[in-house]
Design a protein around this ligand. Structure first.
Ligand SMILES: Cc1cc2nc3c(=O)[nH]c(=O)nc-3n(C[C@H](O)[C@H](O)[C@H](O)COP(=O)(O)OP(=O)(O)OC[C@H]3O[C@@H](n4cnc5c(N)ncnc54)[C@H](O)[C@@H]3O)c2cc1C
Length: 428
């Protein structure tokens, strides 16, 4: 699987069950706007929504269709926080700015559920909390830090022992875990389409089938070309994450795309569903090469992870995920699996997202390290602030490609391989 294989939305559980999106015709001919937004995932859509709300004329260009990228393919888990702890965020951004960044990260899940509520987005959203399952002593230690640090910011986080945790997730395969009340689940493609509708309702013009192929300076502004049209705008925002192409020199080299895969079962009987996740929580574990799982609205078990590292065939990855799901929940032995699909997340060197100013009037936001539902939505708000000339909470960085970028892919594969071994050792 390479980042861009087909312009069609790949078949998936979400593609089969999503609400319809707003019309997004191909751009033909010239268009004028205050801001041209490139990328129709959560980053681009949230940017468009927040800018349209602030009274800006917005044209959004999406190469395929709204939600075609990771935003229409992910696990639908609204995950709180970042990959790194508040103390690490403060260490990276400095005490004052770091404090702002932590509070912004804390508010990201609230922003998602507030948008859903405000714009009445039908996306099967539930907010029973996010569960993180601990694997070994390393996992427990990490969770103690998470609970201590986020509780200090008022987050409702509780550590659960093995028995209490097993009652929530229907398996005693883990060494306890934590519940973080900020998280929840939604239908990711319906959410993307709902944000698109809300943005369109506020006046943003959305164009699918319209890849940006060139961004060039024109006078005091910019001209973004597509195969059949062009947009003249004062500002440009790029939100292409794991699907970033060669549009802006060096941008692709700021992240490493990493594939993640998901399988979804047939609808389970009520009893079976209750024996697995009675509270319908979003779950992931503390492995270095983690698994994540949840129920959808029709009681399908949705299970995701990296798949088998050296099995490049999708079939092998699917079978590996199903086998892992059955190992955790033997009661799934006879259950059918209706869907499997994959997509790309964007990993950064520091495991923190980045907001960058690429040139005067040109911004990019990306690098959610696999936790983008909440943070890409928040990034859109931050990018809108940057465009409006206000001071976003995120630091606005310069473009800094990852040194020896080509080798990073190998490095990540190596980390995944050794991570898998270390994960197994942790469980001994
Ligand atoms: C399998 C999987 C499971 C995941 N699970 C979760 C989860 O449970 N919880 C969570 O929080 N996060 C999860 N993520 C991560 C999350 O989906 C992403 O972080 C988030 O969707 C990123 O949104 P985005 O808008 O930045 O990028 P994307 O949604 O990837 O959108 C980028 C868009 O840019 C478009 N594009 C690229 N180049 C151009 C161009 N030149 N012109 C126009 N358009 C262009 C692409 O077509 C694409 O639609 C998962 C990701 C994957 C792949």
């Amino acid at each position: 699987m390479t980042p861009r294989t087909s312009p069609d939305l790949p078949p998936s559980l979400w593609a089969a069950t999503a609400e319809a999106g707003p019309p997004a015709p191909r751009l033909t001919g010239p268009a004028e706007a205050d801001v041209a937004v490139i990328g129709g995932g959560y980053t681009g859509l949230s940017t468009a929504l927040h800018l349209a709300e602030a009274g800006k004329q917005v044209v959004l260009l999406e190469a395929a269709e709204v939600g075609w990228g990771a935003s229409g393919r992910n696990g639908g888990q609204v995950n709180p926080g970042w990959k790194v702890l508040p103390s690490e965020i403060r260490a990276r951004f400095g005490p004052e700015r770091g404090e702002r960044v932590v509070r912004m990260a804390d508010a990201a899940c609230d922003l998602v559920f507030a948008l859903i509520e405000r714009f009445k987005i039908p996306c099967d959203a539930v907010r029973p909390g996010y569960l993180q399952a601990a694997c070994g002593g390393r996992g427990r230690q990490a969770q103690e830090s998470w609970a201590r640090e986020w509780s200090a910011y008022g987050a409702e986080v509780e550590l659960l022992d093995g028995k209490a945790f097993a009652a929530l997730i229907g398996t005693d395969s883990y060494d306890g875990g934590l519940r973080d009340a900020r998280g929840g689940n939604l239908q990711p493609l319906s959410y993307a389409r709902g944000v698109a509708k809300a943005a369109a309702g506020l006046g943003a013009r959305l164009h699918g089938g319209s890849p940006a192929i060139e961004v060039a300076q024109r006078g005091a502004g910019w001209r973004v070309a597509t195969p059949d049209g062009q947009v003249s705008a004062e500002h440009v925002v790029i939100g292409t994450n794991g699907y970033t192409d060669d549009l802006w020199p060096g941008l692709k080299e700021t992240v490493v795309p990493v594939a993640s895969f998901i399988v979804a079962s047939s609808p389970l009987s009520q009893n079976l569903a209750r024996s697995i996740l009675p509270g319908r929580h979003a779950v992931s574990d503390t492995r270095r090469v983690l698994f994540y799982f949840r129920m959808d609205r029709d009681d399908r078990f949705v299970f995701g992870g990296r798949g088998k590292l050296f099995d490049s065939a999708d079939q092998g990855r699917r079978e590996h995920l199903k086998a892992e799901a059955r190992r955790l929940y033997p009661q799934l032995a006879d259950v059918g699996w209706d869907y499997s699909w994959g997509g790309y997340v964007a990993v950064t060197r520091e495991h923190t997202p980045r907001l960058m100013r690429l040139a005067p009037g040109v911004f990019a936001g990306l690098g959610y390290n696999g936790r983008g539902i909440a943070m890409a939505t928040m990034m859109g708000k931050q990018l809108a602030l940057a465009v409006l000339g206000e001071d976003p909470d995120m630091t606005v960085d310069a473009l800094r490609p990852i040194p020896f970028h080509r080798l990073r892919q190998i490095g990540i594969s190596w980390n995944l391989l050794t991570g898998g071994w270390l994960d197994r050792l942790d469980r001994r």
